[in-house]
Design a protein around this ligand. Structure first.
Ligand SMILES: C[S@@+](CC[C@H](N)C(=O)[O-])C[C@H]1O[C@@H](n2cnc3c(N)ncnc32)[C@H](O)[C@@H]1O
Length: 218
């Protein structure tokens, strides 16, 4: 290998969803995940409702992104308020909603700190809350808890304090103990801790610590 070749960095793999998330390039993220299926946390919560004979309800999908979870909720005949502060999110969502389901959907472009939560059967926040600035997190979480009816559910993710992104400014990460404290007043139906390192061939490998949560309000 010549000296010139040695000095050249190997080609980086293309940016993936996590690379866009890290730098909060949300249009890049929406395109990277477009067409992916609903999150397991949402599917688990919906299955639990169905086992109780509760076949449709009203959900707030917080930071819904391009709308993978909102689409599943609509498909299962739920009414949905999808929120996100990036206006491009809803363009991806609305174009994929079948005409007959459009009356079930409302979208609101709103920042976490300005959110108003109508009373609901479920708050779904998939890979959303870690992107709330710490100074607004407590108020946001209290609004979420208040808005869910007894017997309703929260579904979503918290990022752990050992996750690489915990050191990024303006992110909200929590230890397991802190997550459990947030979930006081709920019966926890799913608490799946995922902790792992990315394979080195990724563009920017990181350490992940994620809590996947489904909880039923007491
Ligand atoms: C990782 S994406 C998750 C999207 C989707 N829920 C999913 O499961 O793929 C994070 C989302 O949070 C939104 N977001 C970031 N900061 C926000 C803020 N301050 N207020 C509201 N939404 C925000 C982004 O626009 C993006 O759609």
């Amino acid at each position: 290998m010549s000296e010139k070749d040695k000095s050249q960095k190997p080609d980086l793999p293309p940016m993936g969803a996590q690379d866009f998330s890290e730098i909060e390039d949300w249009p890049g993220y929406f395109n990277a995940v477009l067409g992916k299926g609903a999150r397991d946390t949402l599917l688990t919560a919906l299955d639990s409702f169905e086992q109780e004979g509760f076949l449709k309800g009203f959900a707030v999908d917080v930071a819904a992104g391009e709308g993978r979870d909102s689409l599943e909720l609509l498909r299962r005949n739920w009414r949905v308020l999808a929120t996100d502060n990036h206006p491009e999110a809803f363009a991806h969502l609305w174009t994929r909603v079948p005409e007959k389901m459009k009356p079930q959907l409302t979208t609101a472009a709103v920042n976490f700190c300005d959110m108003k939560f109508p009373n609901n059967d479920m708050v779904n926040a998939s890979f959303a809350l870690p992107f709330c600035e710490p100074k607004h997190f407590e108020v946001l979480w209290n609004k979420i808890v208040e808005s869910i009816r007894p017997g309703g559910r929260f579904a979503g993710q918290f990022f752990g304090s050992r996750d690489t992104w915990a050191s990024l400014p303006n992110r909200s990460h929590h230890s397991l103990e802190e997550v459990l404290k947030l979930l006081q007043g709920f019966s926890i139906e799913m608490m799946k801790e995922e902790e792992r390192d990315d394979p080195p061939e990724l563009r920017k490998p990181k350490h992940w610590q994620i809590f996947h949560v489904v909880a039923r309000k007491n």
